[in-house]
Design a binder for this molecule. Structure first.
Ligand code: 5RP
Length: 293
């Protein structure tokens, strides 16, 4: 029973100060509902407007990838330096401590392996599971131009519809078939289709030429995918160029966990993304952190 005797009378109404209504910091996201915005604000740092996603979901179609053989040993020490972890529910439940404060990007599409047609995916996680696991976005692979293009697009739109019902954003991951040209024209097409059909943000590859046209023509945030392992300075340069050309962060996997010094690399990557550190300075930071061990 609350104590209702001697309640202080309300008096601080600030009648001379109208209530303000601030816009949401993230591109194209101002009209979303509170829950979705709140989740997006856990993925993207509201100060920098950007994110460093650590992608460790490769096992869902290719098994124990180099660097991910033991997530408990190799990946958990990197988590403090990431804004989000992108993974499957299997790794989340079996390895990641529930005490983590990191935003979880849950891979919800699946059903294909490297032994067969990769675009032949379905939705592999129920919405109840995403709610139960308190995830931020649900990630769905979209294969524009792939054999199962339509099915993969519909997987994504289904998750957008269901996620909107519960305040959980959907991340569209643009997957490129082996035979397709990885150029700005292709990524403009793929990202724009995903955004038009409701994806809240999009993960796509960097291209040397005209990447800024990919980000400019996509009305929601784009996060750059790392791709195959390349030398550290090159990976930091790619991340720098991507964010300077409009990407709202990076999603790196192999270029972090296959680096000679993953803990140093993810910190250098974070400096590029959140502090606009130049590639040369970030590489120096990487080397000094690597030396310190
Ligand atoms: C796998 C993915 C990965 O999350 C994505 O490829 C990022 O990892 P990497 O930087 O190693 O390419 O979506 O389908």
């Amino acid at each position: 029973m609350p104590d209702i005797d001697g309640i202080k009378e309300a008096k601080n109404f600030y009648t001379d100060r109208p209530q303000t209504c601030e816009g949401f910091f993230l591109k194209g996201s101002n009209s979303l509902d509170w829950g979705i915005k709140n989740r997006l604000a856990r993925i993207f740092n509201p100060q920098s407007g950007r994110t460093v996603m650590l992608a460790i979901d490769h096992g869902y179609f290719q098994g124990p990838t180099t660097g991910l053989e033991r997530v408990d040993i190799n990946i958990l020490p990197l988590a403090p330096y990431a804004d989000t972890l992108m993974l499957t529910r299997g790794i989340l439940r079996s390895v990641v401590p529930p005490s983590t404060s990191k935003a979880i990007v849950l891979r919800v599409s699946g059903g294909a392996s490297i032994l067969k047609e990769l675009s032949n995916e379905d939705i592999a996680v129920d919405i109840e599971e995403s709610i139960r696991l308190n995830v931020c976005p649900m990630a769905v692979q979209v294969f524009i131009g792939g054999e199962y293009e339509k099915e993969s697009i519909i997987n994504m739109t289904r998750m957008v519809d269901i996620g909107n019902r519960y305040g959980i954003p959907t991340l569209a991951v643009t997957a490129v078939g082996k035979d397709m040209a990885r150029d700005a024209k292709y990524f403009q097409l793929a990202c724009r289709i995903c955004a038009e059909l409701g994806a809240h943000y999009i993960k796509t590859y960097y291209v040397e030429k005209d990447f800024d046209t990919v980000t400019a023509s996509c009305p929601v945030p784009i996060v750059m995918v790392g791709g195959k392992k390349i030398p550290e300075l090159d990976a930091l340069t790619m991340a720098y160029n991507a964010v300077q050309q409009g990407a709202s962060g990076v999603d790196m996997g192999r270029n972090i966990f296959q680096s000679d010094a993953p803990v140093a690399m993810i910190q250098a990557d974070g400096a590029v993304v959140h502090q606009n550190m130049t590639p040369a300075d970030a590489f120096d930071l990487y080397r000094s952190l690597k030396e310190k061990g």
